[in-house]
Design a binder for this molecule. Structure first.
Ligand code: CUA
Length: 325
């Protein structure tokens, strides 16, 4: 198959499963296409117009056909069964592709017109190039700075939209070292076709060495530490404590992953999306017991900085029980 230029390399743990389903669907489609086309040709020959056979000179009514209960059941049940196989098979692959393993390596991804920006949780940043280790699941936390893009690595058989104002995730586990093409596969403006890059899959040891290296400009600061810088620079500590309880705004200690009581009643899960929303539009889900005094930080912090802030908030340990209660 690799000899066919239009068929991509298979370099992830999911690639074989996706291909198997693809070939199953291709096989089923080919079988029925040939069967139907073959029958059409056969019937054309078998029932062609012949002199003296039909129609006769004086038209006669066509024979009445009763139909066949067996045939109709057969050709309803069999295709139904085949589509159900495709459905459950496809759903199981979709579910596997949608649920990144817990222990996955994490990379933040920001798409913008027209480039891909990556930052590894451990620190390194790159543009239009993503270094990853083989044999280990990699989770991408993705968002867009402007319009919808879509992150597509054919060799890994993973494709996920990158949407402004929302976090989407994608994951893969590369199986062999090499360089693989990365595409934006959602039309996003003039240079959409130029929004490409490459994924460099390395042996684990090589990857560790790469990860420990420095970026152009010498930086290699973990995402959470960058988040703390943003937290300080934007003046967040004025209202938000990171250890104990704070007076003006809710404490950030151990906030991520908890359930937050809202002023409007009910609760909300403090996931990435909620944390982001609370920074860019603080009044959207006001925490119970606090006045609506926080200004919006929309436009003041970039999408990357928002991701860094969220990583910082997630890195904060819960406050001691006595302080929290
Ligand atoms: Cu970004 Cu197309």
């Amino acid at each position: 198959m690799k000899r066919l230029a239009f068929f991509p390399d298979a370099a992830s743990t999911m690639a074989g499963q996706v291909d198997a389903l693809f070939f199953f669907l291709l096989g089923v489609t080919a079988f029925f296409s040939l069967l139907i086309a073959g029958l059409i040709v056969a019937f054309m020959v078998r029932f062609r117009r012949r002199p003296g056979v039909w129609p006769t000179e004086k038209s006669e009514p066509t024979e009445s056909l009763e139909g066949s209960f067996f045939l109709e059941t057969f050709w309803s049940v069999v295709p139904f069964g085949i589509t159900l196989v495709a459905f459950f098979w496809g759903a199981s692959i979709y579910a596997a592709l949608s649920l990144p393993p817990e222990d996955a390596l994490q990379v933040n991804v920001v798409g913008k017109q027209w480039m891909w920006k990556f930052q590894h949780l451990e620190g390194r940043q790159e543009i239009n190039e993503l270094h990853i280790p083989i044999g280990r699941p990699v989770r991408l936390n993705m968002t867009s700075e402007d319009v919808i893009h879509s992150f597509f690595v054919p060799a890994f058989r993973t494709k996920m939209d990158v949407v402004p104002g929302r976090y989407t995730a994608s994951w893969f586990e590369a199986t062999k070292p090499g360089e693989y093409s990365l595409y934006c596969t959602e039309y996003c403006g003039t240079l959409h076709s130029g929004m490409i890059g490459r994924v460099v899959a390395l042996e684990p040891a090589e990857f560790e060495a790469w990860l420990a290296g420095a970026d152009v400009g010498g930086g290699n600061v973990p995402v959470a530490a960058r988040g703390e810088r943003v937290y300080q620079a934007q003046g967040c500590p004025t209202c938000h404590e990171t250890r104990g309880d704070s007076a003006r705004g809710p404490s950030l200690a151990g906030l991520a992953g908890t359930s937050v009581p809202l002023a409007s009643g009910g609760t909300v899960a403090a996931d990435d999306t909620y944390l982001r929303e609370s920074i860019v539009s603080p009044q959207a889900k006001l925490v119970a017991g606090y006045p609506p005094i926080m200004p919006t930080y929309q436009g003041l912090v970039s999408e990357e900085e928002l991701m860094q802030l969220i990583a910082y908030i997630k890195s904060l340990a819960p406050a001691r029980a006595a302080e929290r209660r």
